[in-house]
Structure formats: structure tokens, C-alpha cells
Design a protein around this ligand. Sequence first.
Ligand code: GLN
Ligand code: ZN
Length: 772
Amino acid sequence: MAPSASEGPTVTAQPFTATVTGSPRIGPRRELKRATEGYWAGRTSRADLESVAATLRRDTWSALAEAGVDSVPVNTFSYYDQVLDTAVMLGALPPRVAEVDDELDRYFAAARGTDTIQPLEMTKWFDTNYHYIVPEIGPDTRFALDATKVLAELTEAAEVLGRDVAARPVVVGPITFLLLSKAVGGAGAPIDRIDELVPLYTELLGQLADAGADWVQFDEPVLVTDISADAPALAERVYTALGSASKRPAIHVATYFGDPGDGLAALARTPVEAIGVDLVAGGKTALAQVGAVPELREKTLVAGIVDGRNVWRTDLEAALATLATLLGSAQTVAVSTSCSTLHVPYTLAAETDLDDSLRSWLAFGAEKVTEVIVLARALRDGRDTVADQIAASDAAVAARKTDPRLRNEQVRSRIAAITGAGTQRGAAAARREAQDARLKLPPLPTTTIGSYPQTSAIRKARAALRSGEIDRAEYDRRMKAEIADVITLQEELGLDVLVHGEPERNDMVQYFAEQLDGFFAPQNGWVQSYGSRCVRPPILYGDVARPHPMTVDWISYAQSLTDKPVKGMLTGPVTILAWSFVRDDQPLADTANQVALAIRDETVDLQDAGIAVIQVDEPALRELLPLRDAAKDAYLRWAVAAFRMATSGVSDATQIHTHLCYSEFGEVIGAIADLDADVTSIEAARSHMEVLDDLNAIGFSNSVGPGVYDIHSPRVPGAEEMVESLREALQAVPAQRLWVNPDCGLKTRRTDEVTASLTNLVAAAKEARAGL
Ligand code: GLN
Ligand code: ZN
């Protein structure tokens, strides 16, 4: 490679041509999950945990090298989270974990807490379903470099890979790290401390060079967001400084999850040797940017052309055409995934239940690596050398386009008709009157969010059904017994609007996906969600249709046991999309409407079965919000439209509830009002007044249930404390509009905690009613 452009040192490193941005680490059979959970529970020794981890790292690296990747990312392994790893590397763990002597235990204490230590917060990694640990930067945070982990993985990788394949350490970049951190203890914005991190990252570069690294990758996905308007300028300043380090590997700055915008030109003006662009999420605008930045011609462009986040097979013909247009834009074009394959399952090979045509449309992690290699080879040796693979890809693309499962004309025309007729329910006042007359609830009605504790009996029954030990009829009988128990409990507690407890649901999205046409639920498609927790998102591949009612039998059964109203419980269209792998051949809005139609049909069937209250959960409304401000309105418009499609098929007398798992509404607050649910239950971790004032400020005038019981903690709140919350709430919202409920579903709690807490909740509601 040519010497770097600026005054800095001469860096000579072989350019690479085929790589991935990062790899999953939980293990193809969730080995790391089992080992860490075993370690936490005291069942697995430290040595066994470390050996499982080492094996997973080795397998990941060898698989990449064997596939033909010529630069293997390392340090993408993590016992919990890469942002937490970075906090450790920078000496930025909060003082409260310092009391834990052992390093690994301290790390886990920061991630999960202990009996005496509050864990750090966790939040979604950009617009993915992966959660990172939010570093806390306080006035006393003293940054200091400890590169032990990355250096150890580099050494270990060199042993596995030998001399032939270069290992490329991956580290979260300083701008992303600070912009994702939160200020605590009255400290200023963490990003104001960027100048303290530059010398540490410079030192890191020196240590990596000494350890033999030719390349390093700094991840700066924050450049594709509008979190800070200063990010491009900061990137230019920081990477100019890092680029002039006296001793360093070649630097690759990876952006992903969208179009880096001005960030691309800013990075290109610095001495870094390679820049990564997500050509999938960044789309045409990112592609145009690449051509428009002349400084890129002296760099390696790491072209993220294979989708690292979704499960669709790459159209190799189209990808190659795109890559061809980039050849003049950079000195070297390296083929890569759009982002880390952390976000997709390991391999299609583990799916035995998949029909051949559907299989031919998909690519999981391992298959994506192969796609990268094929594309890199085509660029290097010519298209003819991979003609067979391209022909297979063309055939799959063609077959997918014409597969009958992709179009259900009846669904499409029904949606057009409903949209044309309008999805506005009757006036809120008329609805209220009709519902009051039907439900005859006391003021400050009490209810819960849906799920009751997932008892071991429930888990055992599910496992027994899966293994064939019991049949469907026996399983249903056991679930009904659970439902009966939950109804009895709620009657004894004196709750006003009951729920069936959701025992039959393994997961609030998968349960519906398994029953709808257009979805496939992988058996082994596990993806890390946070720490040791994994999810198995269903694949939404075709037009969605509902062959039969999905919840009516269960809810009707629950309703048959009581005179109190039982709430039907459904998951909303936005949340179903957010927690699935969604088809990429039509706008999300169209897919959302199809899911919404299925939910709408379910609400109508519930209503016909005599159910008077139906809750449509949308906990993911906020998380699908686009990363760029300019795209947010359009998203919120279709998200609200889909919810209304789902909920406007019922009569005025049917009460629609929705539930959101947060009260930091921010940019979605207007959309929450536009959902026009009769009752919205929300979290209220902040004071009730604040939450309700925010809603009042935008003219929200329907009913609201700010959670008075924090279910995220095992603590049983006292009645007095809940009365106090209600008094506070009543200052912001009149009694006619106020509901009393916990802040989320109860499935993660124990029955004794729930019973005690709900006893207090009902007592608190009674006391507050008496004071009206
Ligand atoms: N109805 C669901 C439950 O109670 C809601 C879950 C959620 O908010 N994520 O479990
Ligand atoms: Zn919730």
C-alpha cells in the first residue's frame, strides 16, 4: 500500500480484500450462554468457562480463514458486551463495582449487578435488537488504558491463524464510545472528554503494533446517526490525530447501520487507510457519497455489500454490478458484510425444517461469509471464475420473485379497501360512553399487563410437548389449568380487568409468527440479545395471512371462568416486525399493514366471542425509529397507520388498550397519542407527574395507566407508596382517565412476589378511590 497521505508515519500493511465486520460469539449451539449461566450459578468452573470461550474464538477464526477471508476480525468475542469491554479497556467502570476484586466477576457485576451493586443500564445498540451496556462517565472517571483483552486475543489468533492470515483487532472507536455513554454524578457530556481518549487510543495503537497487528478496526457506527451534529468534525480531528501516531497498524474505521453522510468525507480527509461503508442500510445515498469523495481514491474502501443484519441471500449479480461501479472510487475495494454478523444466526445448515425454495433465498452467518468470498474472487479474478455461484444466485432471485407465497391478492385487496374506507375509530368521547356503559368499572380501575409468572410447570409442559412426551391435548389441558389458576388469583386479589396470563406463549412475537402464513420460525436461529440472552426471530418472507384465529379459544376459556372482563392480548404490527427478520422486497409499511390486518381480524373475532377489552402491545414502537432525523416522520406515519389498521375494526364499545415498556417517550410521544388507544399503559420509572405532564403537554386525552409497581425488581412495593404515586398522578390526570397497573408483564417474577405486590396495588387503588 502507498504510504499514508499526511505528515504521519509511513504505515505499510497489505491491503485486504475479503472480510466481515465482526462475528457472533454466543456459539452455534449457544455454548457461551450455557457456560456463563453455569458460571453465574456456580455450576461451571472458571476454567471450563474460559475453555468454552477459547474454543468458540478459535472455531470462529478458523472458519473465517478456511472460507478464504484474508483479514480476520478478532476481539469481537465478548463475555457480555463489546461496549462494556471498551469501558474496561479505558478504565471507565463505575466506582461501585471496584469492591469486587476478581476482574471477571467485577465485569459481570457491572453487567448484571449483585445483591449489593446496581448494574449499569442496558439499551438497544442503534436500531438493532442487540443491547449494549451503557458506560457511566462521572466527574471521578479517570481514563486509563488496559489493553489486556485485545492483546490476548490478538496473540491467541496469531497462534490459530499462523502467518498466512492477518488478524485484525476490532475496538469500539472513541467517538461512538463517548456518544453512547451517559453522564452521571453531575458530570458534563461524556463527549466533552474526547481529548482524554485520544492519547489512550494512540497508546493502544502502539501496543497493537508492538504485538504484530498490521491492521486495527475502529467501529464508529455513531457516524450514521444524528446523535451529534459535531460527529463528522470530531471524527476528522480524532482520526487525524490517531493517524499521526508515531507507531501504529493501518487503521480501518468502520461505519455501519446507515449512510455515514458527511462523516465519510471527514474520515477520508484523515490519514486512516481504510473506511467501511454499509451499502445495504446506507443504500443509494451511501453509494453516491462514495463516488463523491475524491480522497477515498487513496484508501481501501471496505464495501459492506452483504447484509450482516438480515437473513436474505445476496443477489450476487446485483452486488457485483454495484462493486464494479466502486472500483474507480478507491485504491482497493475490499468486500465485507454491511455490519457484524452478530445480528444473524450462525448457519442455515442447522435448520432441518426448511423447504428447499425458502432455504435458497436465505443466508445466515456462515453463508454470508461464503458470499463475501465469492464476490471478492469475482472482483479479483473475474466473474467467470465464480459463474456457477452467480448462476445459482440468479436462479434463487428469480424463483423468489415468482413464488406464489409472496403474493396473496386477497390480503392485498382487503388492505386497499380498508385503507380507502379509513382507519379512524369513532370519536373518543362516544367510545368512552359506550365502554363505560358496557364495562361499569369503578374509577381508577385495576389491571395487569398480560403475563403472569412463567412457572416451572409451564416450562415443563412446553418441553414435554416438544419432546413428544405429551400430546397437544394434554398440553392444552395443562395450559388451561394455569389459566384457571391465574383467573382465580386475580378474582381473589380483586382486580377489575383480568388477563389470562399468557402461559401458552413462548414469546410474544413467535407465538403469532408460528400461526400466521408468510412466516417461518427457525429451530436453531439463535441471535444474542444481551449478555447470555438469545432470541430466535421468526423470518417474515411472504404475504401475511391468518388462516385461523390465534388467541380466541384461550381468551374465551378464561372469560368463561369469570364475570369480570378478561382482556384479549395481542402483539402489535410494529413489534412483530421489529422482532422478526423482515422481507426486503417491499416497503416495511406494506408488510406492517399485512400483519396489522391479521391482528385486526383477531380483534374482530375476539369481539364476536364477547371479549370487551383488547390490548395490542407495541413495546417496540420506539426502537424501530430510524437513525437519521429526516426519516423519522415517515416511519412514525406508517407505524401509527398500521396500529390503527389493527385496532379500528372493532365497535366503539370494545375498549382498546396498548402497552409501551418505557416512559422516555422523546420523539415518539406524538405518535403515542396518534395511536388513539382508549387506554395506554406505560412504565413510570420517573415520577408520575413528569410522565403524565409530558402526555398532557401534547394534548393526550385518552386514559392512561402509569405503572405503580416496578416489575423489573424483586422488591414488593408497599400500598402506601403506591397510594402516593396515585395521588401524584391524580394531580396531572383526572380520575376518570387514570388506570392502576404494574409497569410491564409479570412473567419474570415469582408468584409470591406478584401476589404480595398486587394485593398492595388493589389496596392502594381502593384507598385512592376513597379519597376522590
Ligand atoms: N403483554 C405482554 C406481557 O405482559 C407485554 C410484554 C412487554 O411489554 N414486552 O408479558
Ligand atoms: Zn412492557
